[in-house]
Design a protein around this ligand. Structure first.
Ligand code: AMP
Length: 375
C-alpha cells in the first residue's frame, strides 16, 4: 500500500478532531479527546446519535453531501471515522482538504470482504478458504471447491452477522444467493473454531506499534456479548495473534487503532489462528481498556491520529467486558453494586432489541480485593 503522502503534522491541545459517524464509538472518542484538551466535530446522518451531545459541533447530513463534507473538513484539524460504511469517495473528498487517518485507502480495502481477504492472504496470513461469488452459478462452483457447510457473505456493508447466510447440506443455492439480495458476495468455508479472539492495537504516525493483550470474545445472535482479557489461550498463541495484527498494520501503513478478529482452530499439529476480519477503527472488544488498561483504545486512537506518542497498553489485571444489548440496559442499577464493575451507558433513547446500549467492565482484581478496601 502507498505510504501516506501528507506531511506528518503534530497537533496540540486546542485542536479540533472531526469524527465521521456518531455512534457510541464516536461518543467515547470525543470523551477521550476532551480529556486531552481537544474538541470534536461529529459528522453523521442521524440527528439523535449518541456522540452528538458530547461533541462541540455536529454536522447532520447525508454522508455524500459535498457541501456539508467541505464545511466539516474546514472546521477541523484532522479527520477520523468510527463507522466504516461511509462512501470511500467521501473519505477521499475529505482527505483532499484535511488529513484523514486511517487513510481512505485503508477504508476502501476493509469495506470489501474479497479485497480484504486477498490482502490478508497476500501477507501469508491464514484465512478461511474463500471464493468470489457474483451470481448463483458462481456459488455452485464455489461450493464444489469449498464444500458445505459454508457461509455466504456480501462483499460490502455486512456487520454483526448481517449480510450473511449459512449454506448447509441441502440448502438451495439460488435461494441462498437471493436471500442476500443477489449482491456480489464471497463464500467462506465454515471454520469449526475453538474460540474467537481479537487483537486491538494502535500504530502511530511514526510507525510505533502497541497492542493490548488478546481478548477472548463470545457472541450471541452474531453480536459481541463478552470479551475476556487476557484470553485463556496459550501464551504462545497470544504472541502470534499480536504479531499478525502488527504485520497487517504495517502493510497498511496504518495510523490509529485497529482490531483484527481471529478464529482459533485446533489441528493435530496444534492450535492455528485464522484471521476473519479487520476493523479499521476502535472496536467493541477493546472497550475494556477504558477501565482496565494504562491507556484506553479511545485515547490511543486520538494520540495516534494527532501524531502524539502512543501510551502504554498494559492491563491493570484480568477483566471481563459485558455488552448491554437492548433491554439489558434496564439492569444498569444492579451493576453499580458490583465491586469492580464500571458501568458505561451510551445515552441512546430507544432500547431496541440487538442495539448496543452500554457495557460493563468487571475488574477481576477489584472483585478479589474488595474485602480489604476502604470504601
Ligand atoms: P463477520 O461478520 O465476518 O465478523 O462474522 C460474524 C460472526 O459469524 C463471527 O464472529 C463468527 O462467529 C461467525 N462466522 C463468520 N465467518 C465464519 C466462518 N467462516 N466460519 C465460522 N463462523 C463464522
Amino acid at each position: 500500500m502507498a505510504k501516506t503522502t501528507l506531511a506528518p503534522t503534530t497537533l496540540a491541545p486546542g485542536a479540533r478532531i472531526g469524527i465521521v459517524g456518531g455512534g457510541q464509538l464516536g461518543r467515547m472518542l470525543a470523551l477521550a479527546a476532551a480529556r486531552l484538551g481537544m474538541s470534536c466535530h461529529i459528522y453523521t446522518d442521524r440527528k439523535d446519535d449518541p456522540a452528538i451531545e458530547i461533541a462541540a459541533a455536529a454536522t447532520i447530513a447525508p454522508y455524500d453531501n459535498e457541501m456539508a463534507l467541505a464545511g466539516f473538513a474546514a472546521d477541523v484539524d484532522v479527520i477520523t471515522y468510527e463507522f466504516e460504511n461511509i462512501p470511500a469517495w467521501s473519505a477521499e473528498f475529505l482527505a483532499a482538504i484535511k488529513p484523514v487517518r486511517p487513510s481512505p485507502a485503508v477504508l476502501a480495502l476493509t469495506q470489501d470482504r474479497l479485497v480484504e481477504k486477498n490482502f490478508i492472504a497476500s501477507l501469508g496470513i491464514e484465512v478461511a478458504p474463500f471464493a468470489q461469488v457474483d451470481d448463483a452459478g458462481a456459488l455452485a462452483r464455489a461450493i464444489a471447491q469449498i464444500g458445505r457447510p459454508s457461509i455466504l457473505k456480501t462483499r460490502r456493508f455486512g456487520y454483526d452477522g448481517k449480510g450473511q447466510t449459512l449454506v448447509r447440506e441441502g440448502s438451495d443455492l439460488a435461494v441462498a444467493f437471493r436471500s442476500l439480495g443477489g449482491q456480489p458476495s464471497i463464500l467462506e468455508g465454515f471454520v469449526p473454531f475453538v474460540c474467537e479472539v481479537s487483537v486491538v492495537a494502535a500504530r502511530g504516525l511514526d510507525g510505533d506499534f502497541v497492542a493490548w493483550d488478546v481478548g477472548l470474545n463470545t457472541h450471541e445472535h452474531h453480536i459481541l456479548a463478552t470479551t475476556e482479557v487476557p484470553a485463556s489461550i496459550d501464551p504462545d498463541l497470544r504472541v502470534r495473534a499480536r504479531d499478525k495484527a502488527m504485520r497487517i498494520a504495517e502493510a497498511l501503513d496504518y495510523v490509529g487503532v485497529l482490531a483484527v478478529e481471529m478464529f482459533v482452530v485446533s489441528t493435530p499439529e496444534g492450535k492455528r489462528l485464522l484471521v476473519n476480519e479487520i476493523a479499521p477503527r476502535v472496536h467493541n472488544s477493546g472497550h475494556w481498556t477504558l477501565d482496565g488498561a494504562a491507556t484506553s483504545q479511545f485515547e490511543q486512537h486520538i494520540r495516534a491520529i494527532c501524531g502524539f506518542p502512543l501510551g502504554l497498553a498494559r492491563a491493570h489485571g484480568p477483566v471481563e467486558m459485558i455488552n448491554l444489548i437492548g433491554d439489558d440496559i434496564f439492569r444498569w442499577r444492579d451493576f453499580l453494586d458490583v465491586p469492580g464493575a464500571c458501568l458505561h451507558v451510551y445515552g441512546k433513547a430507544d432500547a431496541r432489541p440487538g442495539r448496543k446500549m452500554g457495557h460493563v467492565t468487571i475488574l477481576k482484581s477489584a472483585e478479589r480485593d474488595d474485602d480489604d478496601s476502604t470504601r
